[in-house]
Design a protein around this ligand. Structure first.
Ligand SMILES: [Zn+2]
Ligand SMILES: [Zn+2]
Length: 196
């Protein structure tokens, strides 16, 4: 039982490493051209875009199909299954945490770190802060990114970040600032432009 628990945890840690390597070398690597890189570039250009669920399901299935037989061969089917389960469970958690970082406001210290780190990756330097769920691998490979305040382009701002006036909600003002022009449809009537 303990061996299975260790295998599950090792599988989860294995996913965080895969998350780092995929993001850094497959999605952002020089000359990255595959479907994953294309979808990821679209996610950066259009931050509320996420690759369709079927692609993610297929990726999880492919990982299981490769990982389980390999682990079963090395450490036996039971421990191999636990390791594969840990890997896939952490992958699913990553998908949820990444999406929620974009769609929901932070709650707690981890949520606040996760968002600030990920949006520094999006808007300050996409070559750094490749880890989404943990800073561990960025720390190990020297790609940590720490910014005092993330400068978020107005047109790409997360919905939870801005208030009804189109400014950063006071609760997040210490971590984020908006830069660039407002979207046309956000300009209040009477604020100039085409208002009659
Ligand atoms: Zn993102
Ligand atoms: Zn990225």
């Amino acid at each position: 039982m303990l061996a299975m628990l260790c295998a599950f945890l090792a599988g989860a840690v294995g996913w965080t490493f895969t998350e780092y390597v995929l993001h850094r070398f497959v999605f952002h690597g020089s000359g990255a051209r595959g479907l994953g890189a294309k979808e990821h570039r679209r996610h950066h250009a259009q931050v509320d875009y996420f690759a369709p669920a079927w692609q993610k399901g297929l990726a999880a299935l492919a990982a299981t199909a490769i990982l389980f037989p390999l682990l079963a061969l090395l450490v036996g089917p039971a421990i191999g299954a636990a390791g594969t389960l840990g890997f896939v469970a952490m992958y699913v958690l990553y998908e949820v945490l990444h999406r929620r970082a974009h769609t929901h406001p932070p709650r707690g210290r981890y949520g606040r770190w996760r968002r600030k780190n990920h949006f520094a990756h999006h808007f300050a330097d996409p070559r750094l802060a490749q880890g989404v769920t943990t800073p561990f691998w960025d720390f190990v490979f020297g790609t940590r990114l720490s910014v005092a305040q993330v400068r978020v382009p107005r047109r790409l701002a997360m919905r939870w970040l801005v208030d009804q006036h189109g400014e950063v909600c006071p609760a997040y003002a210490a971590d984020y600032t908006l830069v660039g022009a407002r979207r046309r449809d956000e300009v209040a009537p009477g604020a100039g432009g085409d208002a009659v």
